[in-house]
Write a new protein. Structure first.
Length: 318
């Protein structure tokens, strides 16, 4: 079977990566190590798997231990690591380099948000200095708007723009970023393609979410909202059954269908889920299925804010 791959954008356009990337969700070292290896090992020779550590220090430390044990996997992976603030960039880089150790260099660095206190031009100037110092090879942005992406790319080529994309997170600005990235030759790293599990088929109500799970606080999972949002995507089980795959795979495949430059970023900590996620990149949805799913995504009927409904919404689309 041919495994689908794609190229990264910007200064990394020569790098071939798996059609689906891997969001690290560390639990036990041995379980996490096996999950990473399973995803990498299914790729054709020369292709790499994108690993995104999503800010968690324990993920970075786990990766350091992984590459110490399996140094041959350093060249088979591409690490995208975000930072929360401009002021902490050097401190964050020191932390990252210490955690990864001598076996693996960070490939792309991306601030976790666009700092409203600093112009994108100043932020990019700082990133270019750090890049020229050799700390990383490529620059990415996260939660950026289309206009900001264009301004940043004019200063130095952007490799990836990381934004949330799913059947229940497909806003007007989402579409603008995807189109702008296509025009400029930038990859879109589409995180949460299964909407924090809402589209997985395993959640029927809030009762299916563990008591201490952060999703209990998410606006779209609240009583009244979650029932409505699940009803919007009630066609997913039928489409999944017709394709002989899971609902989560259909949700991921739809995100991948938005263009070869759009790379879904589902999270996983176990081998079975990683392989399931990666296999979604090989699903070919029919034109009719895409039409049906597009109608859901563009309907704008989802209830609730993307996260907690508070001031954090101001940090989206910087």
């Amino acid at each position: 079977m041919t495994i689908n791959t794609t190229h990264l954008g910007g200064t990394a356009s020569d790098i071939v990566v798996g059609r689906i990337s891997h969001g690290l969700m560390h639990s036990d070292d041995e379980v996490s190590f096996a999950s990473i290896k399973a995803g990498v090992d299914r790729l054709p020779p020369g292709a790499k798997m994108i690993l995104n550590s999503a800010l968690a220090a324990q993920n970075l430390e786990m990766l350091g231990r992984f590459f110490a044990r399996y140094p041959e996997y350093a060249e088979k992976t591409t690490i995208m690591e975000p930072d929360c603030s401009m002021e902490g960039m050097r401190r964050s880089i020191d932390t990252i380099e210490h955690a990864l150790g001598p076996h693996k260099k960070m490939d792309a660095f991306q601030p976790a948000r666009i700092d409203p206190k600093v112009s994108i031009e100043k932020m990019m100037a700082n990133l270019v200095v750090l890049l020229k110092e050799g700390h990383f090879s490529h620059i990415g942005l996260s939660e950026c708007g289309a206009d900001t992406l264009r301004r940043a790319h004019a200063i130095h080529p952007i490799t990836v723009a990381e934004i949330e994309v799913s059947l229940t997170s497909y806003e007007t600005e989402t579409k603008r970023v995807i189109e702008t990235a296509r025009e400029l030759g930038i990859s879109v790293l589409a995180y949460s393609p299964v909407a924090h599990g809402l589209l997985s088929g395993t959640i029927k109500s809030i009762a299916d979410v563990p008591e201490n799970d952060f999703r209990r606080r998410l606006d779209r999972f609240q009583a009244g909202n979650i029932e409505h949002n699940l009803d919007i995507v009630s066609i997913l089980p039928k489409i999944a059954a017709e394709n002989g795959v899971t609902q989560a795979q259909i949700a991921i495949a739809w995100v991948a269908s938005l263009g070869p430059h759009v790379i879904p970023l589902p999270g996983s900590s176990v081998v079975e889920r990683t392989l399931e996620n990666c296999a979604a990149g090989d699903i070919e949805l029919s034109a009719e299925e895409i039409k049906v799913l597009n109608a859901i995504a563009e309907g704008g009927e989802v209830k609730g804010a993307r996260y907690f409904g508070g001031n954090e919404e101001a940090y989206f689309w910087g």
